[in-house]
Design a protein around this ligand. Structure first.
Ligand SMILES: [Zn+2]
Length: 405
């Protein structure tokens, strides 16, 4: 019995390996697959036949002649499966139909309009119903980026305060309703996998580095960590929850009950609050002129003042970058050198923000580690969580990139 299981595992591993190799190389011959994977030619041929039967890959013509018989090239059929990616971590619920290369074919946004609890759950059903009705290709399943603490292994959202969800077994509910595979993780975590899988120059980037950290600062602050090409969840959950690491001594009280958490100084609300405080403090600043009553100061005004070179607005971003840099230094201390990418509205502050983060990393961790680390912005825009959810589905269902492990 044990032997049979091992044989089955080998078969699955080989299938994942061959599919991933074709996915990564875009167009490739059977011989080249055998060379890269070190599988035998007959094994590769068997697996390729199986993948072609399933429609996942197809033959696309011949490689240029190298003297002998011209090899037939294989390619992933991007529309052979359709991925449903959901982003449940915004003011509205968003979902999309996405092809195997991360191109969005159809999108649906449903405003929450104050719904929570069961009403919010009903809205998830409406979202999936609408997407299913619009799908023209076989569905691979549903991937979800969800807010709060998410147990990816058991498919449970432990706590999403804004939705008033506690221990919602979302995966089981959706699987029972739609008879499709369902995978989920925290929104920041799937964002990291989305960037790793579908980001700009991703195949090239993946060859250079199989590790990646995405720090997402929006309503909340969190990080997603990809290690060896795989999303790191924590055991059983909570990897990358840097939003509740203290970065300010005797700082503001956080919604988690502690004080001085990164979230209290780096989420969107906190940035506005700091800009307001700055406007009070420096009456001659542009921040103050834009909002003579600082209570009315918005995130957009902070952006506007920053763009105009207002020193007060720049100081706000220097501070925010510093706090994020402290948290990033801790990450580097644990992970070693790594690629750290920033996602969310902070993109607006460009290189100035990155410099502030990098400088504070230098102050709080070994120079040798910071020197081999990179801080930049993600290449995917506001669809990153939906794309990440789709990437999660593809990774877990098709076993993408097993060679990275
Ligand atoms: Zn906290």
């Amino acid at each position: 019995m044990a032997k049979k299981a091992t044989h089955e595992q080998t078969r699955i591993h080989n299938t994942q390996l061959v599919f991933s190799t074709i996915y990564e190389r875009e167009e490739i011959s059977r011989a080249e697959i055998a060379r890269i994977t070190r599988l035998t030619r007959p094994t590769v041929s068997d697996v390729v036949a199986e993948l072609m039967d399933e429609g996942l890959i197809g033959e696309v013509g011949h490689a240029p002649s190298t003297g002998g018989k011209r090899a037939i090239l294989l390619r992933v059929n991007v529309n052979s499966r359709c991925l449903i990616g959901l982003d449940l971590a915004r003011e509205d619920f968003r979902g999309a139909l996405i092809d195997l290369r991360g191109d969005i074919q159809h999108r649906v946004n449903l405003p929450l309009e104050g719904r929570d609890g069961n009403a919010a759950l009903e809205l998830v059903y409406t979202l999936v119903d609408t997407l299913r009705a619009a799908a023209h290709h076989p569905l691979l399943g549903i991937g979800i980026g969800a807010p709060g603490l998410v147990d990816a292994v058991n498919g449970v959202i432990h706590q999403a305060v804004n939705l008033n969800w506690r221990d919602v077994h979302l995966r089981d509910l959706l699987q029972a309703r739609y008879s499709l595979p369902v995978y989920m993780a925290n929104d920041c975590q799937v964002a990291a996998l989305g960037e790793y899988t579908f980001g700009q120059n991703n195949a090239q980037q993946r060859q250079q580095a199989k590790d990646l950290v995405v720090i997402h600062a929006g309503k909340g602050v969190g990080a997603g960590i990809v290690l060896g090409g795989q999303l790191f969840h924590g055991n059983p959950l909570g990897a990358g929850e840097i939003g509740h690491v203290a970065v300010v001594e005797n700082g503001e009280r956080c919604r988690c009950g502690n004080a001085g958490c990164l979230e209290t100084v780096a989420n969107s609300r906190a940035i506005i609050r700091q800009a307001q405080a700055m406007a009070y403090r420096i009456p001659q600043s542009l921040l103050n002129q834009l909002a003579p009553n600082p209570e009315t100061l918005t995130f957009e005004m902070q952006c506007q003042a920053f763009d105009a070179g207002d020193e007060a607005a720049r100081q706000v971003i220097r501070d925010v970058g510093g706090y994020i840099g402290k948290a990033a230094a801790n990450l580097v201390g644990v992970l070693g050198g790594c690629r750290i990418l920033i996602a969310g509205r902070l993109l607006h502050f460009g290189q100035f923000l990155l410099d502030a983060i990098y400088e504070e990393m230098r102050n709080h961790s070994l120079a040798a580690l910071v020197n081999v680390s990179e801080v930049d912005f993600v290449s995917l825009g506001s669809d990153i969580v939906m794309l990440g959810a789709a990437a999660l589905l593809m990774h877990d269902e098709l076993g993408l990139f097993p060679f990275s492990r």
